[in-house]
Design a protein around this ligand. Structure first.
Ligand SMILES: [Fe+2]
Ligand SMILES: [Fe+2]
Length: 213
């Protein structure tokens, strides 16, 4: 019988990791003049940096992007914390609060879609090219599973207790996937790449975020 962590324990751990992300990104986020939930998104920050850098030379643009938000690993980790924050917000809503549930679920759906698109078009192809193709396929498989879960939740009535249960399942699946990316796969990929290649990934992620913003 696998030792499944309690939901509250998982949520507590995620809150702590969210606070850590806030310490890393808070200052840059506040400088954008928007609310903390919006500004803590690493990719949103990358988009911000890309906008600032748009008028600069290629080399200067890279330096601005990285200087403003750290590198691509930190940016994606911050976006993971933002998405986890959205899950927690939705799970505080009651079964009768369908308007708020609908609004927050739409926001979550969009955030997950943008995040997955950026990873699948910038990070996973690079992972595949660096002798880690099975890892890239496994992570892409997780994304497929997450999309399936989202689809099943959409088919449920928001007043049905099964809706919350399925959302908790999705939260656990996302948190496990994000933890794997943050602490294992992405740092290993960063180690394999040269500083120039990492700078290129950060810049490509910023461009992608700017296009989707
Ligand atoms: Fe992912
Ligand atoms: Fe991710």
């Amino acid at each position: 019988m696998p030792n499944t962590p309690k939901f509250d324990d998982v949520a507590g751990d995620l809150r702590k990791r969210g606070e850590d992300a806030m310490q890393s990104f808070g200052r840059a986020a506040l400088e954008t003049g928007r609310g903390p939930m919006a500004t803590l998104a690493g990719v949103a920050l990358l988009g911000f940096a890309a906008g600032v850098a748009a008028s600069l030379s290629k080399k200067a643009a890279t330096e601005v992007a990285i200087g403003a938000v750290g590198d691509w690993v930190e940016a994606l980790a911050a976006e993971h914390r933002q998405i986890e924050g959205l899950f927690e917000q939705i799970l505080t809503t009651g079964e009768t609060d369908t308007v708020r549930r609908t609004k927050l679920f739409r926001k979550l759906d969009q955030a997950l879609a943008r995040h997955a698109f950026a990873e699948e078009t910038v990070i996973y192809p690079t992972l595949s090219e660096t002798e880690a193709d099975p890892e890239a396929r496994r992570l892409a498989g997780d994304h497929f599973d997450i999309r399936g879960r989202l689809h099943r939740i959409e088919a449920l009535d928001k007043t049905d207790p099964a809706w919350s249960e399925n959302l908790r399942g999705l939260y656990r699946a996302f948190a496990g996937h994000a933890h794997d990316e943050d602490h294992d796969v992405f740092p290993v990929l960063r180690e394999r790449l040269s500083p120039q290649q990492n700078a290129r990934l950060t810049r490509d992620l910023a461009k992608r975020a700017a296009r989707l913003a």
